[in-house]
Write a protein that binds this ligand. Structure first.
Ligand SMILES: [Zn+2]
Length: 345
């Protein structure tokens, strides 16, 4: 009996090997499975017959049939894997590429309008000998107020106007870039011409004209024999370059703790020539920047002898200049990250 079964299995194995070499798709593989592993297959039929065998015969026959099952199963698994991989390859190679088609466009970013205007202004002042210096946004009360001759009872020192931090007492977010002037004068010996720009913080309500943070740009010159006239020339020259034409200006007396005398510079509206328009609020004039001769107390605070050296300084709001240049009506546009706005520059 056992020899008969062994012979039958050997014969079947040869037949299976022969037949499996012809399997070329999942359909013929399934026919193969039904034929050799299905309910009506030789294997299942013989396995069902095991129970009528004697206790001695059963394990011997069982092992033979089990080997056969493993043999068929392993052929089936290998074929299945092979066919599936080949079908995937076929699918991929069917996807044809047209190399003449244009690629998917990648949008290139560009400078923020504030950066464009900042760089423009920096370049103009560079041309007049001012070099860029930098300073931290988190500052001490000394650099932000005291060294800038701001009295201890000045309202700007109040927490309602200035953001104090909880890092340590007297540590705050700078409320102007004048702090950088102090740091520059501490490090550099006069004569010097420096320019500082960056973000500043003030406790303001948010509206179309104000934000709790904005950007300033300041210039400082400390030299011998500087006059208010020198400063006027530098500022007029700057405005002429920035607006691309000669601009009429006027200096109105003002007060800043760190300059004496101090002035506010107005320019005749470059958009209407003084006739009045929406940009200048029909006044014909634009308030553009604050300036003045550096207060001797400020020079003393950084160990520069005010009898020997004279300084002038001017500061402007970069949002203001950018809004003027591009006729932007609302300061909030700068900081919303709205691409519809940013793409216009
Ligand atoms: Zn105007």
């Amino acid at each position: 009996m056992i020899n008969t079964l062994e012979a039958e299995i050997d014969k079947l194995k040869k037949e299976i090997e022969q037949e499996s070499s012809d399997i070329s798709n999942l359909h013929s593989l399934e026919s193969f499975r039904i034929k050799y592993l299905g309910e009506k297959s030789f294997l299942i039929r013989e396995q069902n017959n095991l129970k009528i065998l004697s206790k001695d015969e059963r394990p011997v026959y069982g092992k033979l049939l089990n080997d056969l099952k493993n043999f068929i199963q392993s052929i089936y698994d290998k074929k299945k894997l092979f066919i599936e991989e080949r079908e995937l390859e076929d699918k991929l190679s069917e996807q044809k590429f047209d190399i003449t088609l244009p690629g998917a466009p990648h949008e290139a970013g560009h400078e923020h309008p504030l950066s464009i205007v900042t760089n423009e202004i920096v370049e103009i002042f560079n041309g007049m000998g001012f070099t860029v210096v930098q300073g931290p946004e988190v500052e001490t009360e000394f650099y932000n107020f005291t060294a800038l001759n701001t009295p201890f009872d000045h309202p700007a020192r109040d927490e309602q106007d200035t953001f104090y931090t909880n890092i340590a007492p007297h540590v705050l977010l700078r409320s102007h870039t004048s702090t950088i002037q102090i740091r520059a004068m501490e490090k550099m010996k006069p004569p010097l011409r420096v320019l500082a720009h960056g973000r500043v913080y003030r406790n303001e309500e948010i509206n179309a004209r104000k934000m709790p943070f904005f950007h300033q740009l300041e210039i400082l010159a400390v030299e011998k024999d500087l006059t208010f006239g020198n400063m006027k020339w530098v500022l007029n020259e700057f405005l002429k370059n920035f607006f691309g034409k000669e601009i009429k200006t006027r200096f109105r007396p003002d007060f800043f703790p760190f300059t004496e005398p101090s002035a506010e510079l107005d320019a005749q509206c470059p958009f209407c020539g003084g006739a009045g328009c929406g940009t200048c609020g029909n006044k014909g004039w634009l308030e553009l920047l604050g300036c003045g001769m550096v207060d001797p107390n400020v020079l003393k605070a950084v160990d520069i002898n005010p009898d020997e050296w004279i300084g002038f300084a001017a500061g402007l709001g970069l949002e203001r200049f950018t809004m003027l240049k591009y006729k932007i009506p609302d300061i909030r546009y700068f900081f919303t990250g709205d691409l519809r706005f940013l793409k216009q520059f």
